[in-house]
Design a protein around this ligand. Structure first.
Ligand SMILES: [Zn+2]
Length: 476
């Protein structure tokens, strides 16, 4: 045989085989055989519902209907024989529960596996049923032999018991006594035990509602909420509910979500805007966080005291007494260094400080930051309230930092509260207030608040100052 001819024949043969293979593949792709194969594939994939099967078939063969008149018609038959054994309670009985609320009932399902088949689908090719699809999966269902429990215990008795238990729980929480708490809380709540705080100043009452609502035949929950403990702090109107749960399997009552209830209780109201909207802002938490409006300008009168200046009339009354007592205590040079400052005055003052800081080589941003440790930005100054003063005890001109002021500063530290004044920026408070220690800067908040703050140790312990106190009081 000619060598070249042999190669040529082989090439032709190869190409022919290739073309035939491609055609065969195409034919396979669109053949009824392939569709049948797909159907069987569908069966073994275990699609669970007719709708799901139809979706799958649509992906393979395009959108329905798959009618016999089309070349490879395919019909999904949905007249399925339902052979499922519907999950239903097949036994029921009644028992008494000595611990549950009288005249109330609950169901206690006992789970039991049952089995039922789902549905049949049929595959038709050209009007001829060629396959039946039986969903092979045996479905597990819960058969429910129901026990209806009827309560026997008097509600008043339960209420009494729960009140005692709640008191025990409060005591356990206060003492951090985990052992006692464990027997009163749900296991889930007990995990939160370390987070439960804030029971100080708590008043409460137990109020089991006794209303037990059950979804008939479907009550699978292991607990029933039978009531709540309403809790409330005496200085706050918010009432929170601690759910009381009945654990059906153990037939005991437990407190739940104490942590959540306490956390929601007496959330301190916080201003929503950084610019305070108060009309009379004398108790507003003016700070780095919250500013007065630029237009806020209270009615002020002359102090009539050494150093002059103006303050609100209430402030003047308190200040006059303070001056008299300070003088009587030997601080004869007591003087107003600064009093009410309008928004504009504060703007100019702050800008002056910034300019001075820049002279020492700081950038604008650095200078503002530095100045803001000892002077407030416009709107953020308590001096705009007309209730705030800087006092010195040295002859003019002298600095706030003059050592001669020492006696006055000590006097203010020990006595200012008696006149209704608070030292806004105490020693060691810069991390909290943002301002350096200013023993001379006092703000009038009234004797009650000033005394409460003093008694709560705001000058001794760190982390609790006028700002937090005013947020707590929320009177702005
Ligand atoms: Zn000041």
């Amino acid at each position: 045989m000619n060598w070249k001819k042999a190669v040529y024949t082989l090439k032709i043969f190869g190409i022919t085989v290739g073309i035939l293979l491609i055609l065969a593949t195409l034919e396979w792709q669109f053949s009824p055989l392939q569709k049948t194969f797909a159907w069987y594939q569908l069966r073994t994939d275990g699609y669970t519902s007719l709708a799901e099967s139809q979706r799958y078939v649509s992906q393979l063969f395009g959108e329905p209907p798959y009618h016999p008149s089309t070349k490879f018609g395919l019909i999904l038959e949905d007249t399925i024989t339902e052979t499922s054994e519907t999950a239903q309670p097949h036994t029921s009985s009644t028992q008494e529960d000595a611990n549950f609320l009288t005249d109330q009932t609950y169901l206690f399902p006992v789970g039991q596996d049952g089995i039922y088949d789902l549905e049949y689908h049929s595959l038709y090719l050209q009007d001829k049923e060629v396959a039946k699809y039986t969903h092979a999966g045996k479905q597990h269902v819960l058969m429910i032999p129901q026990v209806t429990y009827t309560g026997k215990k008097d509600k008043t008795e339960v209420e009494k018991e729960l009140t005692t238990q709640w008191k025990t729980l409060v005591s356990a929480i206060t003492k951090k006594d985990k052992t006692s708490a464990e027997t009163l809380l749900t296991p889930k709540e007990f995990e939160n035990f370390s987070k439960i705080t804030g029971l100080k100043d708590l008043s409460y009452r137990v109020a089991p509602t006794g209303k037990v609502k059950l979804k008939v035949g479907a009550e699978e929950s292991a607990t029933i909420q039978v009531g709540t403990v309403e809790i409330k702090q005496s200085n706050c109107s918010v009432v929170a509910d601690v759910p009381i749960l009945y654990l059906k399997d153990q037939k005991i009552y437990r407190f739940s979500d104490v942590y959540v209830a306490l956390a929601s209780l007496c959330e301190k109201p916080k201003p929503t805007s950084s610019v305070l909207s108060c009309a009379n802002c004398w108790l507003a938490p003016v700070s780095k966080q919250f500013a007065l409006k630029s237009t806020y300008a209270p009615y002020t009168v002359s102090t009539g005291l050494n150093g002059g200046g103006t303050v609100t009339p209430e402030t003047k009354g308190a200040l006059t007494k303070l001056f008299a007592d300070a003088k009587a205590a030997g601080i004869t040079k007591i003087r107003v260094s600064s009093s009410y400052r309008s928004f504009t005055v504060q703007t100019n003052l702050f800008n002056t400080y910034v300019r001075n800081e820049k002279k020492s080589g700081l950038s604008e941003a650095q200078a503002i930051e530095k100045a803001n440790t000892y002077s407030a930005k416009p709107g953020h100054s308590e001096h705009q309230l007309g209730t705030t003063l800087d006092l010195v005890a040295c002859s003019y001109p002298c600095s706030l930092y003059d050592s001669a002021n020492g006696t006055l500063n000590t006097f203010l530290h020990n006595n200012a509260y008696k006149y209704g004044f608070v030292i806004s920026y105490p020693n060691g408070s810069q991390a909290y207030t943002g301002y350096v220690y200013e023993p001379w800067h006092i703000r009038y908040v009234g004797v009650n608040y000033a005394t409460e703050l003093y008694n709560r140790g705001y000058l001794k312990k760190k982390g609790f100052y006028l700002y937090q106190f005013l947020l707590e009081k929320g009177k702005y």
